[in-house]
Design a binder for this molecule. Structure first.
Ligand code: SAH
Length: 377
């Protein structure tokens, strides 16, 4: 008998790999071909949590599958629901690591924001995940299982089907390409989410952007720019020292030239830090060459800094100034801030087993856990 650890995780396989593995398994057992289709239907469409749920398969076949294959299915450690309907899942992975995903309903969409790493090594000065440091990479199965778990919850709670996915939870997706790229293919080809409904958000990991440019699918790219020049950007984003804004722009040019993939720029509005009116003009000049738009994100306060979000008047003025220079800009309204589910607030807080992170108020540029790891990609 196969030990549980040697079983293949179905959730982390590409759809064609899963199909092949299951078909081969049934062939060995002398089972009809349609059995593989049944299992795939349960896996992708119906969202079975395990083989036991696959009620149209004979008992012996369910048992045989369970000996050979497994389903990554993280446990729900905590569920928080905001007054605005935004719902955050805190997932506990097999080794005890904690990650978060957030369901964000609007009138026309149901967006799921997922994590790509446990923690994050990028250490951006304004982000709570960055303050908490890096823990480990997620597997493709762990990334996809956030979707599976959130989808099941959404179906059971009258939220309907997930229409869009954004890799804007914990972690830097392009620092975990080995798992993130397969997860894109699984969500797209396995679960049937259109590539243009899947957005990868990056702080500017140039090699990853170039790899995405070469993909035939039109996955969307969001770039966390947050500053229009090297001096300001390196003060708030350590990665700027490795991949400068000029190098980033060059990579985005290649992404743009690959065609059909619209870029979104994200820009966090921190009072007195990133919201000077002159910066709006500089930003517009920087990105004019792209068919892009800007999402202005009012800074969501996090423990450890005394920064404040820009005033409403300043946000509107920034938008006007960008539009006057021909750039479409929107203010992204914060959702779920009452449950710490808004951008940059994900910290996977849990009660047991984790040391509190030491944060000195105001000192945004001190060495922090995970800082060293930010160097490699
Ligand atoms: N690592 C990826 C994705 C995770 S963060 C990235 O950097 O894009 C998702 C978005 O939230 C990013 O644009 C990030 O810069 C932004 N963000 C982080 N902390 C924030 C905060 N405190 N307030 C507002 N936005 C924040």
């Amino acid at each position: 008998m196969t030990s549980p650890d040697a079983r293949t995780d179905l959730v982390g396989l590409l759809p064609e790999e899963a199909e092949q593995a299951i078909a081969a398994h049934f062939q060995e057992r002398g089972q009809p071909r349609y059995r593989a289709k049944q299992v795939l239907g349960w896996l992708y469409e119906r969202g079975a949590a395990d083989f036991e749920a696959m009620s149209d398969l004979p008992r012996a076949e369910r048992d045989a599958l369970a000996e050979r294959f497994a389903f990554t299915s993280p446990a729900v450690a905590k569920l928080s629901r905001s007054v605005d309907g935004t719902t955050k899942h805190l997932w506990r992975l097999d080794d005890g690591e904690l990650i978060e995903s957030v369901l964000i309903p609007t009138s026309s969409r149901l967006t799921l924001c997922i994590s790509s790493q446990a923690g994050c090594a990028m250490a951006c000065a304004f982000c709570a995940t960055g303050w908490a440091g890096y823990r480990r990479q997620l597997t493709a199965g762990e990334i996809v299982s956030q979707f599976r778990g959130a989808r099941a919850w959404a179906r059971d709670n009258g939220y309907g089907e997930i229409t869009n996915i954004v890799y804007m939870g914990m972690g830097e997706p392009l620092m975990n390409r080995k798992a993130v790229f397969p997860s894109l293919a699984i969500l797209n080809r396995g679960y049937g989410l259109g590539a243009r409904r899947i957005t990868v958000s990056t702080v500017g990991v140039v090699p990853g952007i170039l790899e995405m440019a070469a993909m035939p699918e039109q996955y969307r790219l969001a770039v966390s720019l947050h500053a229009p020049n090297h001096e300001l950007r390196q003060r708030i984003i350590p990665l700027e020292k490795k991949h400068s804004i000029d190098e980033l722009m060059e990579a985005l040019r290649k992404f743009d030239e690959a065609g059909g993939k619209r870029i979104t720029f994200e820009y966090v509005m921190i009072q007195g830090v990133t919201d000077d009116a002159a910066l709006a003009d500089e930003l517009a000049d920087r990105i004019r060459e792209f068919n892009a738009f800007v999402n202005l994100i009012p800074f969501n306060p996090i423990p450890g800094t005394d920064w404040k979000p820009s005033s409403r008047a300043r946000l509107n003025y920034f938008v006007e100034r960008l539009e006057a220079r021909g750039i479409s800009a929107f203010v992204r309204e914060s959702r779920g801030s009452d449950i710490a589910a808004a951008c940059g607030q994900l910290r996977a807080e849990a009660t047991e087993g984790r040391k509190p992170v030491q944060i000195t108020p105001g000192s945004t540029m001190k060495a922090r856990p995970g800082r060293e790891a930010a160097a490699g990609d």
